[in-house]
Design a protein around this ligand. Structure first.
Ligand SMILES: Cc1cc2nc3c(=O)[nH]c(=O)nc-3n(C[C@H](O)[C@H](O)[C@H](O)COP(=O)(O)O)c2cc1C
Length: 160
């Protein structure tokens, strides 16, 4: 199964997780950039309220064609218990995604809140079928086995 992993990362945790898992499963990796270019302080002052309101960011690339892939994995940090505005923009910008299998994953300081449910719902609304989700807290990430655990979820989703 050909897998595309698409993610946003503000401070590097989601990037490290996605890169590690992509290497293990042999997925193509796409990192999007939020054009707001938040500093850490502005992530809290502007980004978190936008995440809470379920808003979409302006991202680069704005559109990603996943027509060549069987499985699409979307990753985001948790901001204020929600997916980031960039993650909502990734999903809105997917092209040729209808009918694809998907995995949603998130990293957070502690708990994911409703982020994975919201991500899954948004993917479902675009016609993708979410067959696996994965969350890693800061404590989980410190252990270092996050990429292997996410890779396992992706592998089992590929067989679904
Ligand atoms: C603006 C902002 C809001 C956050 N909100 C939460 C939260 O609601 N719950 C939580 O457990 N962690 C929260 N965190 C911590 C991040 O989710 C966590 O550090 C994540 O791994 C960061 O991923 P990244 O390095 O890929 O950006 C927040 C971080 C930021 C910057």
């Amino acid at each position: 199964m050909k897998t595309c992993m698409i993610f946003y990362s503000g401070t590097g945790q989601t990037r490290a997780l996605a890169k590690g898992a992509a290497e293990i499963v042999g997925a193509d990796l796409v990192e999007v950039r939020d054009r707001a270019n938040y500093s850490k302080v502005m992530m809290y002052l502007k980004g978190a309220p936008r995440a809470r309101r379920g808003e979409k960011a302006e991202i680069e690339p704005a559109e990603i064609d996943v027509g060549a892939y069987d499985l699409v994995a979307i990753g985001t940090p948790v901001w204020a218990g929600n997916p980031t505005p960039a993650a909502h923009a990734i999903i809105a910008g997917l092209r040729n995604c209808e009918g694809k299998t998907a995995v949603a994953f998130a990293t957070s300081g502690a708990v994911p809140g409703g982020a994975l449910e919201k991500l899954s719902k948004a993917l479902g609304a675009r016609g993708l079928s979410v067959v696996g989700t994965f969350h890693a807290s800061a404590k989980d990430l410190k252990k270092g086995d996050g990429p292997e655990r996410l890779a396992r979820v992706i592998r089992s989703a590929s067989g679904a």
